[in-house]
Write a protein that binds this ligand. Structure first.
Ligand code: KIV
Length: 308
């Protein structure tokens, strides 16, 4: 698999993402000095999007995003499952390989699907290794906070950079009783703070904060040294991520309030297919210029009336 990029050629790496932390604790002199020494380029917010196949991976990468995530939202927006739980490691690997072929510049992160890291930790690390070795991922994402500490540390020990994911973790939908904003009470917000600290302490290089109040996300962002990537977590996060199909109008189910629609690709596809069907039915497609022709010599020989 060709994933060899030379340093300095614009390829975004895990240390590049870490260096893009926009704000760090003011209580530490060292942090403030580091912060003051950063250039504007390093302070730019981190732009992340999901992609699930070769063409979307290429388009998203060439548009200049920093991180491409093969999210397990794949299960819902592309494979038509009701939620993310049925998605398998093999399905995720298949799509991660396709995305790998389309991404040259961005950091490629693969989501660990439900069940692939919930049992034996050694098996979880073996599963994560498959994403790096067989599919070309440069990091994996793992849902969960405090209770994933040892696992994250073990993955980092195995040279696999880990992106954490806390708040509304869709793989916990049954435990949460649905898709609800998390961290709205003092106790719940304190647990999310503990989760964030645990993920950082375990060695994750960044953390997704999903569907939590803006104020809580801002507090976590100012406290952690690793970048926070928000989705439904307000504008103070160090970066933002959206599900591609939601933001281009290609999701057929419910889209959450935090997702902004930048295009209506679903409508464009419907119009194109309806127009094509009408053209075929009316004999307007294909036109002569969309057809191949014989040379006049061959035409004469082939189509001349046969004698005898
Ligand atoms: O699966 C996914 O797409 C995600 C992002 C929305 C963070 O986990």
């Amino acid at each position: 698999m060709s994933t060899a990029f030379d340093a300095g050629n614009g390829k975004i790496t895990v240390p590049d993402i870490v260096s893009r932390k926009t704000s760090v604790r003011s209580s530490s002199n060292q942090s403030s000095a580091q912060d003051a020494g950063r250039g504007d380029a390093e302070r730019r917010k981190i732009v992340c999007l999901t992609a699930y196949d070769y063409p979307t991976a290429r388009l998203v990468d060439e548009a200049g995003v920093d991180i491409v995530l093969v999210g397990d939202s794949l299960g819902m927006v592309v494979l038509g499952y009701e939620n993310t739980l049925p998605l398998t490691v093999e399905e995720m690997l298949h799509h991660t390989r396709a995305v790998r072929r389309g991404v040259r510049r961005a950091l490629l992160v693969a989501d660990m699907p439900y069940g692939s890291f919930h049992g034996d930790r050694n098996e979880a690390v073996r599963n994560a290794v498959r994403f790096v070795k067989e599919a070309g991922a440069e990091a994996v994402k793992i849902e969960g906070g405090e209770r994933r500490m040892e696992l994250i540390a073990q993955m980092v020990e195995a040279e696999i950079p880990v992106m954490g994911h806390i708040g509304l973790t869709p793989q916990s939908m049954h435990a949460f009783g649905g898709f609800r904003v998390q961290g709205k009470t003092v106790e719940a917000a304190e647990q999310i703070l503990r989760d964030a600290r645990a993920v950082e302490a375990a060695g994750a290089f960044s953390i997704v904060l999903e569907s939590i109040p803006r104020e809580l996300a801002a507090r976590i962002t100012s406290e952690l040294r690793i970048p926070t990537i928000g989705i439904g977590a307000g504008p103070e996060c160090d970066g933002q991520i959206l599900v591609l199909h939601d933001m281009i109008g290609l999701s057929l189910g419910h889209t959450p309030k935090f997702s902004r629609r930048y295009a209506n690709v679903g409508e464009a596809i419907s119009h194109a297919v309806t127009a094509y069907a009408e053209d075929v039915q009316q004999g307007r497609f294909p036109a002569d210029e969309e057809s191949y022709h014989l040379s006049s010599q061959v035409r004469e020989r082939l189509l001349a009336p046969r004698r005898g």
